[in-house]
Design a binder for this molecule. Structure first.
Ligand SMILES: NC(=O)C1=CN([C@@H]2O[C@H](COP(=O)(O)OP(=O)(O)OC[C@H]3O[C@@H](n4cnc5c(N)ncnc54)[C@H](OP(=O)(O)O)[C@@H]3O)[C@@H](O)[C@H]2O)C=CC1
Ligand SMILES: C[C@H]1O[C@H](OP(=O)(O)OP(=O)(O)OC[C@H]2O[C@@H](n3cnc4c(=O)[nH]c(N)nc43)[C@H](O)[C@@H]2O)[C@@H](O)[C@@H](O)C1=O
Length: 336
């Protein structure tokens, strides 16, 4: 049972930060990006909780970059709720080599969806941002208040600017049109349906694939990009999805909200853990010619914890589950 908790915002008005305004089990819920890491986990979480009227559509049927297609889709489907998990996403290499694609596609997708959610009176929308929106040298762990207090990490600043625009879109529509659009800032995620392409993936799936393939081919060493010293926080995607559904039911403030474990490890420690899980027997080498990116990135999760949500999945167990999923779904580096 949840009770409204009053809080005074900096603008002086009183808003409910925590509410119990649950989605009806038959409500029409659009999950944008349902085939991706996050979207597929949100679909699993909603189905597990008994939501029966989920709306999904492939990129081939509705390209979210196309304003007209998105407008027609919303006008004909009229969803009640929207989880905005469609985006152009990638790891440090993809972000630093294709910044134009990352800023353009993310601005287009979020603008098309948020504007048409408003035009079609969507009751509530949840926008997926990212912890990379915070300044490169933000005080650790990173509080929500750090937003726009310093320069961004150069390897993903184009993507981060698009994500900051998404936050501002939600807040501006809330302010002008009294909508209920919430923005969450997850830390680095991993799990089933992750991207295992070594050119475009994040570090955790990349290392699962590298160690697995090295074990199979009996390669003497595995190369890790950068120095191994950067610190990252990793959240299992089913925990993230659980948090998103929880917040959709219990939160309606414009204030952005971090999601994570609050615990960081070095890339070297991550590599050692993945080596152990995969059973690889060779050595680990580092390639310092590749970028490290942000030196440390750990979300402060005090706010979401205070609202009654905490992460559950231990990193070792989450990596084991992801490795099992990878072994079942990939053969010779190809999704089967
Ligand atoms: N992965 C991570 O570590 C983190 C992710 N996030 C955020 O979570 C959200 C989801 O990320 P994640 O699940 O990892 O990303 P994925 O790349 O796994 O999934 C993205 C989804 O968006 C869809 N999509 C992309 N472009 C279009 C388009 N033009 N038209 C229709 N559909 C499109 C993709 O469709 P298709 O299947 O056809 O490719 C895919 O289903 C993003 O907003 C991201 O910023 C935040 C923090 C960390
Ligand atoms: C979630 C977040 O993810 C991105 O930021 P990032 O955290 O820097 O991303 P990453 O997972 O790709 O790398 C983490 C660290 O790991 C090192 N590293 C070692 N070896 C490999 C490797 O083989 N692949 C990759 N990708 N990284 C490697 C790598 O050098 C870096 O030090 C944003 O662009 C943006 O997309 C965003 O929001």
């Amino acid at each position: 049972m949840f009770f409204a908790k009053k809080m005074v915002l900096k603008y002086g008005n009183i808003m409910n930060s925590q509410v119990s305004n649950r989605m009806d089990k038959q409500a029409k819920i659009y999950v944008a990006g349902h085939r991706g890491l996050v979207g597929s986990a949100i679909v699993r979480a909603l189905e597990k909780e008994g939501y029966t009227n989920l709306l999904t559509v492939t990129r081939q049927a509705v390209d979210l970059l196309e304003q007209r297609a998105v407008a027609d889709f919303f006008a004909s489907e009229k969803p009640d709720y929207v989880f905005l998990a469609a985006a152009k996403v990638g790891g440090i290499l993809a972000n630093s080599t294709a910044p134009a694609d990352f800023i353009y596609e993310n601005l287009m997708i979020e603008t098309n969806i948020i504007h048409n959610a408003w035009r079609n009176k969507v009751q509530k929308l949840l926008f997926l941002g990212s912890s990379c929106i915070y300044p490169q040298m933000a005080e650790q762990p990173i509080k929500e208040e750090s937003l726009l207090t310093g320069p961004l990490e150069p390897t993903n600043d184009a993507y981060a600017i698009a994500k900051i625009a998404g936050i501002k879109l939600c807040q501006a529509y809330n302010q002008q049109y009294d909508t209920k659009y919430i923005s969450v800032m997850p830390t680095n995620l991993y799990g089933p349906n992750d991207n295992f392409n070594l050119q475009t993936s994040h570090v955790l799936p990349a290392l699962i694939r590298k160690f697995h393939e090295a074990k199979v081919s009996q390669a003497p060493f595995v190369t890790i990009w950068g120095t191994g010293t950067p610190v990252r926080e990793f959240l299992y995607v089913d925990d993230l999805a659980d948090a998103c559904v929880y917040l959709m039911n219990h939160y309606e403030d414009s204030k952005i909200i971090n999601i994570g474990t609050g615990v960081g490890i070095t890339i070297q420690e991550l590599a050692t853990t993945i080596k152990e899980v995969t059973g690889y027997q060779g050595d680990i080498c580092f390639d310092p010619s590749k970028p490290d990116g942000t030196p440390v990135k750990i979300n402060d999760v005090t706010y979401i914890n205070s609202l009654g949500w905490t992460a559950k999945t231990n990193l070792h167990i989450g990596i084991q589950a992801t490795y099992e999923w990878f072994c079942q779904n990939y053969k010779n580096g190809v999704l089967v």
